[in-house]
Design a binder for this molecule. Structure first.
Ligand code: PLP
Length: 432
């Protein structure tokens, strides 16, 4: 049973200088409070109390090849010794862009940024500029970063607060949002093709873009209903709307070319980030030439002092080389499936109503009576108290899972890691 005294002490000290003791809001919500780590390697991460965890959070997704992968480290060390940032171009950027062109179906042109949030905003700018229309459609339960026009509807209300499916209520996630940013978008429940079609038929003259996580990973791990993404694709083409896939989570993880490769649906624009560079700050907005042309010719401005620094580009190249060389993605799927099946068996044997959903590379465990969960309104039926006990019990016994029940698998995980996680899960679930 783990204890966390050293982390608790450091947190008190950190609160005197770092607002809330952390550098990102989400880091407050570890169990039992923000934890301070010392190092991480492969599938393992270690904290200041000497606790060792098998890490299924993978730093909220980025560590697809595992922590501290030697090839990525080597690539960064080799290239960063030339300096870090030139306010000018360097050759490795072209190599990375050419690699991404080969593996991501819609990536005819691209720009590199620092994180998913700003790349999302760049995509909106391109969509508005090309279509001359002001708004985007987004979906309940999807997360597209923390900036103003997407920081709505992210707190978890009750189903009643959400209002009707046709006209959902959205609430600000944070104080300080300009009220007018709520006019930038229309919110809809996800996985409902009829409602989407009706809305677009009615309002297409004001809709520049639809943004979607192609798999809803931020609430549950929910696959699109058959035909749904295809319908989206067709509506966007018909009504001059940009289809934007937010592949910040699905990128490189569902397939090297992202969910667009996996589902064979090609969006107009897409955002890749998290798993791209093993924790180095880089993202990409990629897209079809006729959309990205607006950035190429300077109609749409995209900039950033820190973009495409030597170490971030080298880390991305190194990560892709690791992914391409081995059978990494196959290995990740195999382990993910093993974990999903194991968790289902344990749930049955311990009489727990646990729904395990996902693809394998990422999966979700939620306590619910529902046989399947298809949208955010269903997600709100999950028993959060039970989930909290499960996550805390796992954590106290060396298995680190994201608090909302999401698990990520990396190429560094082993069958033994999965077996250990299942053994702990079995013990904890008997106690819940
Ligand atoms: N889009 C999705 C689907 C995400 O999951 C996230 C972050 O979790 C973002 C965008 C924002 O990315 P970042 O945190 O890199 O700004």
């Amino acid at each position: 049973m783990y204890t966390y005294e050293a982390s608790a002490k450091l947190l008190e000290r950190a609160k005197q200088s770092l607002a809330g003791g952390v550098s990102s809001e989400f880091r407050k919500y570890n169990h039992p409070h923000a934890i301070f780590y010392t190092h991480a390697n492969g599938s393992r991460i270690y904290d200041v109390d000497g606790n060792e965890y098998i890490d299924f959070t993978l730093s909220q997704g980025p560590m697809l090849v595992g922590h501290n992968h030697p090839h990525v480290v080597k690539r960064v060390e080799e290239y960063a010794k030339n300096g870090q940032l030139y306010a000018g171009q360097h050759v490795l950027e072209i190599e990375l862009a050419e690699k991404l062109q080969q593996i991501i179906p819609c990536a005819e042109l691209m720009r590199f940024c620092l994180d998913g949030s700003e790349a999302v905003q760049t995509a909106f700018r391109v969509a508005r500029a090309k279509t001359g229309k002001p708004k985007f459609i987004r979906f309940e339960g999807h997360y597209h970063g923390w900036l103003d026009n997407v920081a709505w509807g992210l707190s978890t209300p009750s189903i009643d607060d959400l209002g009707s499916r046709e006209h959902p209520n959205v609430f600000p996630w944070t104080a300080g949002l300009p009220a007018h940013t709520a006019d930038d978008f229309i919110t809809l429940p996800w996985n409902d093709a009829t409602l989407l079609r009706q809305t677009i038929q009615e309002k297409h003259h004001e809709i520049a873009a639809i943004i979607t996580e192609p798999i809803m990973c931020n609430n549950g791990c929910i696959l699109p209903i058959k035909g749904y993404l295809q319908e989206m694709r067709e509506l966007c083409s018909q009504y001059d709307i940009a289809l934007i896939f937010d592949e910040v989570i699905t990128g490189f993880r569902t397939a090297l070319g992202g969910a667009q490769s996996y589902f064979n649906i090609v969006p107009d624009l897409a955002i890749f980030a998290k798993a791209m560079a093993s924790g180095y700050p880089i993202s990409a907005i990629v897209g079809k030439r006729d959309w990205m042309q607006l950035i190429a010719n300077g109609t749409v401005i995209h900039a950033g002092t820190m973009n495409s620094s030597n170490s971030t580009i080298a880390a991305a190249i190194g990560t892709l080389e690791v992914l391409e060389a081995g059978n990494c993605i196959e290995h990740i799927y195999t382990l993910g499936q093993q974990l999903m099946e194991g968790l289902r068996d344990i749930a049955k044997n311990t009489n727990n109503n646990i729904l395990v959903q996902g693809l394998g590379p990422m999966l979700h465990t939620g306590f619910t009576q529902l046989p399947a969960v298809k949208d955010f309104r269903d997600v709100l039926t999950y028993d959060k108290v039970k989930l909290g006990k499960f996550i805390a019990g796992m954590h106290d016994n060396g298995i680190r899972v994201i608090g909302r029940g999401l698990w990520y698998i990396s190429a560094a995980h082993t069958t033994a890691d999965i077996e250990q996680a299942l053994t702990v899960a079995s013990t904890i679930l008997k106690q819940i």
